[in-house]
Design a protein around this ligand. Structure first.
Ligand code: ZN
Length: 441
């Protein structure tokens, strides 16, 4: 089986490649890439005129909710949503019910993700850092690693005890496992529901101080320096947090970080209508924070963009703001929000955009992803992006069960229109290609 992605703008940061050309896939693997490729014996062609041809996108921060929270999402619906969002590899977080703290649960996730009725993409599980995500004793990380986890985290229930965190980092360093850290001092954030500032005061809501995030960014960077463990700061949101990451990188700390689209798309003023779809942790911040986040995306302090896809069932979100859960669905809006807010505005070049959505997260987690090099991944992963298409995001048309999105009704510019992971796993209805029943030569 020979498939050609023909005549598009190839953007592959793993080869620093930004050229017009074609990508050939044979029997599920990339075999040739360049301005001219051998077109003999083709079975199918995707005409990529006006499109970007990129390595399959990677979302390193997703909550699939299964096992135990299937009213919010399942592995099937979550992977379908990921494919529709342009992702061929996603990392699922361990704060399920029960949490992913033993190898049987990792087997369960990998089996379900590989089943024929799932979305056809790769799921890379993140194991619990501590037993039951309770922050008391370190989980059995070596057996989790053998079962296939790519990182460890207590995301959603961040480890407060610094001694436990230091021990966990020592173990992870020995196992060459990155630790993904949600930075929140829960004593400082208790009872809060949005950013501490003028909007919170006006609405009469208790605000979450920036210090709740920044103290833990500092602590986790210090522990990474001391233990040598690779840490990745999940969704940094304050200018102070970004500056700390910049300084610790300068000092040689093994730290990387990400930002979520909602943190550069909206400020805390968006909460003004008490809309629970704008409630997340860390909370939406201010213009000053966004300015520093944009600079940090440009200079590489922020390594990647991740969705923190956090779907909830409608009944959970249809409650007063201060009682609503924290989090937003994001798999199907992340790429378009990034293209609209960053690429179209010239803040990130197309190549840098793809680096943050594919190559860099794959590097951080040592995934077989993020490249179009011939033979570079066991299974070819390709995403086609139309950078020009204008469309309106509608949560009723998403694959995810979670309709809790702040992007509903937003006009986007740009979209992933085809996702290929060994074979076609998603196609936008507007996209068509040519198929051949017999070889063309
Ligand atoms: Zn999360």
């Amino acid at each position: 089986m020979k498939t050609l992605f023909k005549g598009g703008r190839i953007l592959d940061p793993s080869q620093e490649l930004d050229i017009f050309g074609s990508v050939m896939v044979e029997d599920g693997q990339v075999v040739e890439i360049g301005p001219e490729v051998d077109e003999r014996g083709l079975d199918e062609i995707y005409s990529c005129n006006g499109l970007w041809i990129t390595p399959g996108l990677v979302d390193m921060h997703v909550h699939l909710r299964e096992p135990g929270q299937e009213k919010r999402e399942t592995i099937k619906t979550g992977t379908q949503a990921a494919a529709a969002g342009g992702f061929t590899n996603i990392c699922c977080m361990p704060n399920t019910t029960p949490p992913l703290d033993n190898s049987a649960l990792i087997d369960f996730i990998l089996d379900k993700a590989a089943s024929p009725d799932a979305g056809g993409i790769f799921v890379s599980p993140v194991g619990a850092l501590t037993h039951k995500n309770q922050g008391q004793t370190v989980a059995d990380l070596s057996s989790l690693k053998r079962a296939g986890i790519v990182a460890a985290s207590d995301d959603g229930n961040p480890t407060q005890n610094s001694l436990v965190m230091a021990r966990a980092m020592e173990f992870c360093h020995q196992l060459d496992l990155p630790v993904l850290v949600h930075c929140e001092d829960t004593a400082l954030s208790a009872g809060t529901s949005m950013n501490d500032g003028a909007t919170a005061a006006m609405l009469g809501l208790k605000g979450m101080p920036r210090s709740a995030e920044e103290i833990m960014v500092m602590r986790n960077c210090v522990l990474a320096m001391n233990t040598g463990c690779d840490i990745h700061i999940l969704r940094v949101s304050t200018w102070g947090g970004v500056e700390m990451v910049r300084q610790f990188k300068h000092l040689g700390a093994p730290v990387t970080c990400e930002v979520c689209p909602h943190h550069f798309f909206f400020t805390d003023e968006a909460v003004g209508e008490f809309d629970p779809n704008f409630k997340t942790t860390p909370p939406l911040r201010t213009e000053v924070d966004i300015d520093i986040i944009l600079q940090a995306l440009q200079d590489g302090t922020i390594d990647c963009i991740a969705s923190d896809h956090s779907p909830y069932a409608p009944f959970e979100v249809e409650v007063p703001f201060d009682q609503a859960p924290f989090g937003m669905a994001g798999l199907e809006s992340a790429v378009a929000a990034t293209l609209t807010a960053l690429t179209d505005k010239g803040i990130l070049s197309p190549l840098e955009t793809v680096r943050k959505l594919s190559t860099r997260p794959a590097e951080i987690l040592r995934l077989d992803a993020g490249t179009l090099k011939p033979g570079g991944t066991p299974v070819a992963q390709v995403t086609l992006i139309d950078p020009h298409v204008e469309w309106t995001y509608d949560v009723q048309r998403t694959f995810s069960k979670g309709k809790n999105s702040p992007f509903h009704g937003i006009n986007f510019q740009g979209k992933a229109v085809l996702t290929y992971c060994g074979n076609e796993v998603y196609r936008d209805p507007r996209f068509s290609n040519e198929r051949f029943e017999t070889p063309s030569f």
